[in-house]
Ligand binder design. Sequence first.
Ligand SMILES: Nc1nc2c(ncn2[C@@H]2O[C@H](COP(=O)(O)OP(=O)(O)OP(=O)(O)O)[C@@H](O)[C@H]2O)c(=O)[nH]1
Ligand SMILES: [Mg+2]
Length: 365
Amino acid sequence: MFGFLKKKLKEFIIGTKEEIEKETKKEEHKLKEEIEKLEKEEREIEKKIEKEKPEKKEEKLEKLEEKEEKLEEKKEGLFAKLKKIFVSKKLSEEDFNKFFDKLELILIENNVALEAIDSLREQLKTELVNKEISRKEWEKKIEESLKHSIETLLVEPFDLLSKLRESEKPFVIVFFGINGSGKTTTIAKIAYMLKQNKLVGVLAAADTFRAASIEQLEKHGSKLGIEVIKQRYGADPAAVAFDAIKHAKAKALDFVLIDTAGRMHTKTDLLREMEKICRVAKPSLKIFVGEAITGNDAIEQAKAFNDAIGIDAIILTKADVDEKGGAAISVSHVTKRPILFLGTGQEYNDLKRFNKKEILEKIFD
Ligand SMILES: Nc1nc2c(ncn2[C@@H]2O[C@H](COP(=O)(O)OP(=O)(O)OP(=O)(O)O)[C@@H](O)[C@H]2O)c(=O)[nH]1
Ligand SMILES: [Mg+2]
């Protein structure tokens, strides 16, 4: 994950540092030229003074000396400036905007949402514009500021296991998302993780719509040794969820994971059906499952599902094939909901807990 973004950001940081260095050298050159010009003027005045001295024209001499003093003062001011830019450089807002335009293109190319880009611009501006920054430190400073501003876009997730253990039984999670986003596979991965932690539960086959969906879940159930509660195809998904919860309550089970049919976030009737499942199941958690690789689409979906039914957390699947990572960077900022896990493959243990620090390390180290 982030392979492409990482490479592009690295190039950007080095490029920006070089650009700043070039600008500084130009300034340095200009100052030196101005100093030389002043020195030349000074020499000419001195020559004149030498010439006037024997004639003892006091008034004229005084004027020349005054002029010389003024030149000297000006030169000192320029020297001070030169000394300063030898060590540090301030970035003007105009220069910053020029650099950020380049960064913006990289971010867009890597699927970072516009809302997130705006937030990055504001933060970077505060950290970089008009700050006296050592010339040796520019590269580090740009990287650190970028890292820090991306960090503020991410939301540290809660710990699912602790939440489940602390909550009333059964802990009910409903999963939803568009077709093929990885809901059923993710449910199997979560079930596997819960089982490994000695928790017992059932899976609810509430996708009664797609052909072979019930068999798909049953296959996982039998591989994992976890019971699947089902009805026939075409049955009311809310009724399946209700059955599964009833069953879990009767057996004092720890969890119920509800699989639902893939639905487009733009279809109101399908969202209403989802709403009904939630009304009946009263889930402890509503998790949106989206594909990391679809970038801004995944963000739009998360936003639409959140507006329609409310989401508590996000799982992004197929992170293993996403070299850009923009959705992972921006979806939490846009929805204000944490990413709990990243799906990183098709095996049961290909589910990585989302961790801010690790994500930043992946992008920058
Ligand atoms: N590489 C990769 N593939 C994944 C991941 N998660 C799911 N898949 C694959 O994505 C495809 C769709 O997964 P499903 O779990 O069936 O998706 P779904 O959302 O339940 O699909 P519908 O029920 O049809 O809406 C399958 O081939 C999965 O193996 C992941 O994290 N990485
Ligand atoms: Mg499915």
